[in-house]
Design a protein around this ligand. Structure first.
Ligand code: SAH
Length: 386
């Protein structure tokens, strides 16, 4: 493993590279104001929303119900191009597509679109197809988890609301156009499990969640239940997320049930200990009545011992066993140069068995996108090295 300077936790994003204002940054009342700034009547705001959020289109020059004379102004003021396609890679027979985007200042971010429920030949299975997009909320990440590719590069900057929303709009447009096997379809789920720590970019992420979950044409019309916000465990922000009153699913990246190990795997643990994080997750479940997901990347001989499974079950069950929690085990996706790898199959099976014995609901996540550097941040890291 090459020597690297020690990673440090970074909360404040550098204040450079603020992207231009975009329609998708604006809440409905702000859209009306922005339209009147351009000397247009307020009803035009609804039209723009319909084109962007229902039509999934980004180019006002093509919107023929707008006066020709204003299309250029609208584009310049409200629809500057935010995401430039760089390339994509796909696997799983085309059912997983990872896209690399370049932002206005050259920053790179990724999103991954996954389609489920297809037969081997790419036709829809009998239970119907579902689609999930994994979005980035920051360029890079300041949380410094040593097993995560994004964490290795540090934090470049926060994404704006529109830079987040437009990843979702682009994926929805791809699906609507039949760009994935299984035929044209809708986006059902959005998971904030791409680059970045979403709760460290709280305001932009919350505004993006509102735009994603508001009914059409004010927003993309995706159910809040279909949105998952994943966090390393920024405890005060978890409380704030519950206060926001949008019933998104919370995922907490625990990765170890004991402080000694978690201090090394998830460095924020030096500030918010396992007990504090699990309490916050439990309170979130209690307040929102939404089952919390505990993420646990299984790393060979690091956190996959049977006694740690018992300890994890104890930590979770001690808060109650009313179905408030679900454990999602993720086989580690090794990052380049890392000394760590996924658990042996027998250790993984024993870990699952122990949790199940303690009646903790548990699933092992499928390893979608593994062949395409599916691990968080790997595509951007490869592009930067080119
Ligand atoms: N910062 C947030 C969201 C982004 S990462 C968080 O940490 O939750 C999404 C999930 O992928 C997290 O659970 C993270 O720990 C996990 N992850 C990151 N790198 C991984 C790797 N190499 N293998 C398996 N899981 C990984």
């Amino acid at each position: 493993m090459p020597d690297r300077p020690p990673l440090t936790l970074t909360f404040a994003a550098p204040r450079r590279g603020k992207p231009p204002r975009h329609f998708a940054d604006l809440a409905p009342d702000e859209r009306a104001a922005a339209v009147s700034e351009l000397g247009l009547p307020a009803f035009r705001a609804k039209q723009l929303s319909a084109h962007y959020y229902s039509g999934l289109s980004v180019d006002p020059l093509a919107w023929t119900d707008l006066p020709v004379a204003h299309r250029e102004d609208i584009r310049e003021a409200l629809f500057p191009p935010l995401l430039t396609y760089v390339r994509d890679v796909s696997c799983d027979g085309g059912a997983t597509v990872k896209t690399l985007w370049r932002l206005h200042d050259g920053t790179l971010v990724e999103s991954v679109l996954m389609r489920y429920g297809l037969r081997r030949d790419g036709t829809p299975g009998s239970h119907g197809v579902r689609s999930t997009l994994c979005v980035s909320s920051q360029a890079g990440c300041g949380m410094a988890c040593p097993f995560c590719a994004t964490g290795q590069g540090g934090l470049q900057r926060n994404l704006s609301t529109a830079e987040i929303v437009d990843q979702v709009r682009a994926a929805a447009a791809t699906l609507a156009a039949g760009g994935l096997p299984g035929g044209p379809g809708r986006l059902n789920n959005v998971v904030f499990m791409g680059m970045g720590e979403p709760l460290a970019n709280f305001n932009a992420v919350m505004r993006a969640v509102r735009a994603i979950t508001s009914p059409e044409p004010d927003g993309l019309g995706i159910s809040a239940r279909g949105v998952t916000v994943s966090t390393v465990g920024l405890v005060p922000r978890i409380e704030q997320l519950a206060d926001a009153g949008i019933p998104v699913t919370l995922a907490v990246s625990l990765h170890a049930p004991d402080d000694e190990l978690r201090d090394t795997l998830v460095p924020i643990n030096t500030r918010h200990k396992v007990d504090e994080v699990v309490d916050a997750a439990w309170r979130y479940a209690e307040r929102t009545k939404r089952r919390v997901s505990i993420e646990y990347a299984l790393i060979k001989d690091v956190n996959d011992q049977a006694w740690r499974a018992d300890r994890l079950a104890k930590v979770l069950q001690s808060r109650g066993d009313w179905g408030w929690v679900h454990v999602n085990l993720i086989p580690l996706n090794p990052t380049p140069g890392s000394k760590w790898t996924a658990s042996r199959p027998e250790d993984e099976a024993e870990f699952v068995r122990r949790l199940a014995d303690h009646r903790v609901p548990v699933t092992v996540r499928d390893t979608r996108g593994r062949e395409i550097d599916g691990a968080c941040g790997q595509l951007a890291a490869t592009e930067r090295a080119r």
